[in-house]
Design a protein around this ligand. Structure first.
Ligand code: ACO
Length: 340
C-alpha cells in the first residue's frame, strides 16, 4: 500500500499523457476516471466515443469528460499517423494502405500516437496478451539509445523486511525474454540496475542467479550466467554485481559467508537477475503465493517510451497503479541515462 501511495504521489508531479488503447474495457474506463480525478496523469482513451460516453454516464463517472477520446476508425490524424508508420516500417515492406489498416488496431494506434509525440506512455493488457501489447512498441517505438533489448522487472514487497531494502526487491526478467544469451543477460542486468536506481531510488546490489555459486558446479547454463556477470563487471566496474550464485548465497549473509566469502554482495542482494524466463516467472509467482508478497509488474524497461502490460485478471486499482508507474517512467525516459 505504501508503494502505491508513493508512485501515485510521484506521478502527479510529472503530468504525463498516458494512452489506454483498451478504451471500451470497463475496468479501464473506471480506472481512467480515478486517474483523471486524482490528477495522476492525463488520459487518452482509444475506442468508440459513444460507447465510452454512455458507459461513463451509466456509471456516473464524472471525469471521463476530461479524457481525450480517439475513435480508431475516424479521427483527424489517420493520414499523418499512417505516413509515420510507413516511414518507420518501410524496410519491412509496409506501404501506406497496410499502415492505414494497422492503425485501425488500437494497440498499433497507441504506439503510433506515442511515436508522433501525442502521448508519453501506454498501458494495456486487460484484454490483450503480453505479446500483442508489446509487439507494436517493439516495432514502432523501439529501444532507448544504448539499449538493444526490452526486458521487464517486478517490484517485490516482502512481508519479511530483513531482505532487500526493507523488504523491497527487484526481480528480472520474469515476463519478456524466454532464453537470453550471455550478452542479453548482461544487458538485462544493467537495464534493471538503471530501473532500480532511477525509478525506485535504490542503490542496486545485483545477484546473477544460477544453480551454482562461484564455480561449485559445471554446466553450460552456469557458464552463461558467469560470462554475463563478467561482461557487466568489465563494462561497469562501479556496479555492485556478483555471480554466478545460488539464491541462498544471494540473500542470506551466513550462507554467502560459507559459499562465497569473497563475494561483492555479502548475501544482501536487492536485485535478482534470473537466467531464463522460466526461472524468473516461476520465482515471482512462488514468492507472491507462498510468501504473500505484494508484486508490481511486469514493468517494461528499455523502450524509448514506456508501454506496460496488465494481467487480464487486473483490478481497477492495478490499472491506476500501472498508469502511475508508466507516467514516472515516461518522464524519466526523456532524461539522459545515468551511468554507474
Ligand atoms: N526487445 C526489443 N525488441 C524485440 C524484443 C525485445 N526483447 N523481442 C522482439 N523484438 C522485436 C524484434 O526485433 C522484431 O522487430 P522488427 O519487426 O522491427 O524486426 C519484433 O520485435 C517482433 O519480433 P519477433 O521475434 O517476431 O518477436 P515476437 O513478436 O514473436 O515475440 C514477444 C516477442 C511476444 C515479447 C516474445 O518475446 C514473447 O512471447 N515473450 C514472452 C511473453 C510472455 O508470454 N510472458 C509471460 C507472461 S507475462 C506474466 O506472467 C506476467
Amino acid at each position: 500500500m505504501e508503494f502505491e501511495k508513493i508512485v501515485q504521489k510521484l506521478a502527479k508531479q510529472y503530468k504525463q499523457r498516458i494512452v489506454l488503447p483498451e478504451g471500451t474495457e470497463p475496468r479501464t474506463i473506471r480506472a481512467a476516471d480515478i486517474i483523471i480525478k486524482e490528477k495522476i496523469a492525463e488520459i487518452v482513451l482509444i475506442g468508440n466515443p459513444d460507447f465510452i460516453k454512455d458507459f461513463a454516464q451509466k456509471e456516473n463517472l464524472q471525469h471521463i469528460q476530461f479524457a481525450t477520446i480517439i475513435d480508431p476508425l475516424n479521427h483527424d490524424k489517420i493520414e499523418e499517423y499512417a505516413r509515420l508508420v510507413v516511414e518507420i516500417r518501410k524496410n519491412k515492406g509496409v506501404d501506406i494502405d497496410t499502415a492505414r489498416e494497422l492503425i485501425k488496431k488500437p494497440l498499433y494506434l497507441a504506439a503510433t500516437i506515442i511515436k508522433a509525440g501525442d502521448a508519453d506512455g501506454e498501458v494495456a493488457g486487460a484484454e490483450n496478451t503480453t505479446g500483442n501489447v508489446l509487439r507494436p512498441g517493439f516495432q514502432l517505438i523501439k529501444t532507448l539509445p544504448g539499449v538493444s533489448l526490452v526486458s521487464s522487472v517486478f517490484v517485490i514487497i516482502l512481508k519479511d523486511k530483513e531482505f532487500g531494502d526493507d523488504g523491497m526487491m527487484i526481480f528480472a526478467d520474469c515476463a519478456v525474454n524466454p532464453d537470453p544469451n550471455e550478452d542479453e543477460l548482461a544487458e538485462i542486468a544493467v537495464t534493471t540496475a538503471r530501473t532500480a536506481k532511477k525509478l525506485l531510488g535504490m542503490t542496486p546490489r545485483i545477484a546473477m542467479l544460477s544453480f551454482s555459486t562461484h564455480g561449485s558446479a559445471q554446466h553450460k547454463m552456469i557458464d552463461k550466467v558467469a560470462h554475463a556477470t563478467k561482461i557487466v563487471q568489465q563494462n561497469y566496474p562501479n556496479l555492485l554485481i556478483d555471480g554466478e550464485m545460488q539464491l541462498d548465497a544471494a540473500i542470506m549473509p551466513e550462507v554467502c559467508a560459507k559459499k562465497a566469502p569473497n563475494a561483492k554482495i555479502q548475501g544482501n542482494a536487492n536485485v535478482l537477475i534470473f537466467p531464463t524466463l522460466e526461472a524468473g516467472n516461476i520465482a515471482y509467482k512462488l514468492v507472491q503465493r507462498f510468501a504473500h508478497a505484494d508484486v508490481y509488474g511486469p514493468i517494461m524497461q528499455g523502450l524509448a517510451a514506456p508501454i506496460n502490460d496488465l494481467s487480464r485478471g487486473c483490478s481497477v486499482n492495478d490499472i491506476v497503479n500501472v498508469v502511475a508507474i508508466t507516467a514516472i517512467q515516461a518522464s524519466q525516459s526523456k532524461k539522459s541515462i545515468d551511468e554507474f
